[in-house]
Design a protein around this ligand. Structure first.
Ligand code: IMP
Ligand code: MG
Length: 171
């Protein structure tokens, strides 16, 4: 299995810096809470926070979908045990990738119950051609074609998350 480079560490860094500047403007004087979706968003969240020039809080939740035997998406499990209070906060859900969009759409619904003032979504990558839900991400760093990608937090069977760049898996 090889990894064909798609986005360099430099390109990712430039996009994350740009996103940080936009968020600093858009959320100036707002009670911003970054809500990272584990595990894939860890690198994005830690890099992004350092590029946001306004005070903000951090929350983390875990979402994992157990694939059925035939490869179709299984039930989505959400662990929100460690969330800070979101009531009245301006919440930005941050995930590594929006693929079908089912995960983020479900998470937005879950977070809505916690009565934040607003909810928006930010993703590093968007496979627009595969998205089946109504949700459009509010902030996107890169649109990518329908390929399975790894690196910068994204995994294949738990591996490759450590790569500083993003590449497509080739068998
Ligand atoms: P969705 O619910 O279909 O949008 O999928 C969301 C989750 O599937 C992401 O948070 C990733 O964990 C995983 N995923 C989707 N596409 C890829 C990929 O190309 N590489 C690695 N993980 C992916
Ligand atoms: Mg994920």
């Amino acid at each position: 299995m090889t990894v064909r480079p798609l986005l360099s560490a430099e390109a990712i860094n430039a996009a994350v810096c740009d996103l940080g500047r936009r968020l600093s403007d858009d959320y100036a004087d707002r009670p911003l809470t970054i809500l990272g979706v584990l595990t894939g968003s860890i690198m994005l969240v830690t890099d992004l926070m350092r590029q946001i020039a306004i005070p903000h809080q951090l929350g983390l939740l875990q979402a994992s979908s157990y694939r059925d035997g035939d490869g179709s998406p299984g039930e989505l499990r959400i662990n929100a045990e460690f969330l800070p209070c979101l009531e009245g906060r301006d919440v930005l859900l941050v995930d590594d990738i929006l693929d079908t969009g089912r995960t983020l759409a479900r998470l937005v619904e879950e977070v809505r119950h916690l009565e934040p003032h607003s909810i928006r979504t930010a993703v590093l990558l968007w496979k627009r051609s595969r998205t089946v839900v109504d949700l459009r991400p509010d902030y996107v760093c890169f649109e990518i074609p329908d390929e399975f990608v790894v690196g910068y937090g994204l995994d294949f069977n738990g591996e490759y998350r450590h790569l500083p760049f993003i590449g497509a898996i080739e068998r």
